[in-house]
Design a protein. Structure first.
Length: 294
């Protein structure tokens, strides 16, 4: 892929932490770039059906993408993880991540000619950070709930690669975005399965997101899984698709049974879930598969 021109950076958008972070793998010292808040920098727009908060560009600051700063990345070895995990993973997990260093370098080169985590982040750096975190969490012990974190990384990567695809339609970023959505579906499915069997708990995740502005909790995880199944699930086997959509319809129906909007189940989530439920019912009715049991 072509070298992307660095986004124009306004120095008042971000700042660097006073504290230096030490990479637990290669001992590189670096400062974390963080987004400044207030001052009209972020103008909240619509909430998408994927529970992503869109932001309107301002005349003073232009486009701002809060998501690009969430993953901590070592600029040298490209170890990447959410901030709360970066310095606390066990030695065995870190050793596995260290061993896969060259694999990470090669993987990111297939997507970008150059990424630079030692300077101000761009949209492309942000997309790369989630892809690197996805690769790193593959090596992490189950006690750190890596599967749901891979799901979240995949979904956010899909969003940012989609944004890149709109900016650079001559590149293949839209194709990568579709791949990331399918990875997200796989990991969301797997996370729920592991949680239900007690093999990997997801309750210790600080925020289920999926975006940064609001935590939609476990119900948000169930909703996103159902949405991804509906939008990105395979259609090659109609019988299997009907089976999966039926299961997702029932999961959403249980969510509706919980009643009025509360802190843990905000109104927007229920509104989007209701719309998705209606879409699932419509597709299943076309296939003659809906029972009147909900």
């Amino acid at each position: 892929m072509a070298v992307l021109k660095k986004d124009t950076k306004n120095p008042t958008i971000t700042f660097y932490s006073k504290e230096q972070i030490g990479c637990p793998i290669c001992n590189t010292k670096f400062k974390r770039e963080e987004l400044m808040s207030g001052g009209g920098r972020m103008i909240a727009g619509n909430l998408t059906d994927e529970l992503r908060r869109m932001y309107e560009p301002s005349a003073k600051y232009g486009e701002i993408h809060p998501l690009v700063y969430s993953v901590t990345v070592c600029p040298k070895c490209h170890y990447a993880a959410f901030y709360q995990d970066f310095r606390v993973l066990d030695k065995e997990s870190l050793d596995k991540i260290y061993t896969a260093m060259q694999e990470r370098y090669q993987a990111i080169k297939r997507l970008f000619t150059k990424v630079d985590f030692s300077s101000a982040r761009t949209l492309s750096d942000g997309a790369a950070s989630y892809y690197l975190a996805l690769l790193c969490y593959e090596k992490v012990d189950t006690k750190f709930s890596p599967t749901i974190k891979q799901a979240l990384c995949s979904l956010r990567a899909a969003w940012l690669f989609g944004d890149l695809g709109k900016k650079y339609p001559e590149e293949n970023y839209s194709y990568v975005s579709d791949l990331m959505y399918r990875k997200a579906l796989f990991f969301y499915r797997r996370a729920i399965e592991l949680e239900s069997t007690g093999k990997e708990m997801i309750a210790n995740l600080k925020s289920f997101g999926p975006d940064l502005d609001k935590n939609y909790g476990y119900d948000g995880v169930l909703y996103i899984t159902a949405l991804l199944e509906y939008k990105y699930g395979s259609r090659s086997d109609p019988d299997k698709r009907r089976e999966l959509l039926t299961a997702q319809r029932r999961a959403l129906a249980k969510m509706f049974g919980l009643g009025k909007s509360t802190k843990s189940k905000p109104g927007p989530l229920l509104e989007h879930a209701r719309a998705l439920y209606d879409n699932l019912v419509a597709e299943l009715q076309d296939a003659g598969e809906v029972d009147e049991d909900e």
